[in-house]
Design a protein around this ligand. Structure first.
Ligand code: 2DT
Length: 212
């Protein structure tokens, strides 16, 4: 019998919702319970494509809006062979942002439809679980100043939040909304319980294709 596959688990949310902290804690908790797990993040700034994206986000370069959207998508596709291999080996992947950020951020720019933004990511490995860390703009503001990178303004983040809300209506994706205003430990508990369910369910199911 083939080895049981790992689950593909994604964390999404607006800036400062605690995605990165929670991804790290989840990987640790899974590993400590004897389940192989690794963290990934998008954009993955270490690849050649990722470096182009990173320079753009740091405002060290300008890129045309469609072009950068396609680069973000290409940055996911270039990692697909690695992701599939790990999942097949039974490793659960905990991913900090995925195609949903791709669509939410670009479609928050003028002149971009959700539909156009989704197209390049159709067929990517489908997450078994996508958790959206929900945090109101007021609560986010209490967590301190925005950073210096592109997109880090409250006006843009509000537009992004609305796009996420639209994407969350899609029943083909296993969305779970997590109240990110709770303490780090309480958010972690919620995330762990959803993730353990997903890991158990995924092991007997084939990996799906996103938005297909
Ligand atoms: P962080 O590295 O701090 O998460 O910020 N983004 C991300 C996009 O515009 N498109 C995408 O496909 C992805 C994955 C969100 C990365 C910034 O890049 C944005 C914030």
């Amino acid at each position: 019998m083939a080895a049981k596959r790992g689950a593909l688990i994604v964390l999404e949310g607006v800036d400062r919702a605690g995605k990165t902290t929670q991804c790290k804690k989840l990987v640790q908790a899974l590993q400590q319970s004897g389940r192989p797990a690794e963290m990934m993040r998008f954009p993955d700034r270490t690849t050649t494509i990722g470096q182009l994206i990173s320079a753009y986000l740091e405002k060290k370069s300008e890129l045309e809006d469609h072009t950068v959207h396609l680069l973000f998508s290409a940055n996911r596709w270039e990692l697909v062979p690695v992701m599939k291999k790990k999942l097949e080996q039974g490793v659960t992947l905990v991913v900090d942002r995925y195609a949903f950020s791709g669509v939410a951020f670009t479609s928050a720019k003028p002149g971009f439809s959700l539909d156009w933004c989704m197209k390049p990511d159709v067929g990517l490995p489908e997450p078994d679980l996508v958790m959206f860390l929900q945090l109101s703009p007021t609560e986010a503001a209490l967590r301190g100043q925005f950073g210096e990178e592109r997109y880090e303004t409250s006006v843009f983040q509000r537009a992004v939040q609305q796009k996420f809300e639209h994407l969350m209506k899609d029943p083909s994706v296993n969305w779970q909304v997590i109240d990110a205003s709770q303490s780090i430990e309480d958010v972690h508990k919620d995330i762990t319980s959803h993730s353990l369910n997903a890991v158990n369910t995924a092991q007997n199911l084939p990996l799906g294709e996103l938005w297909k």
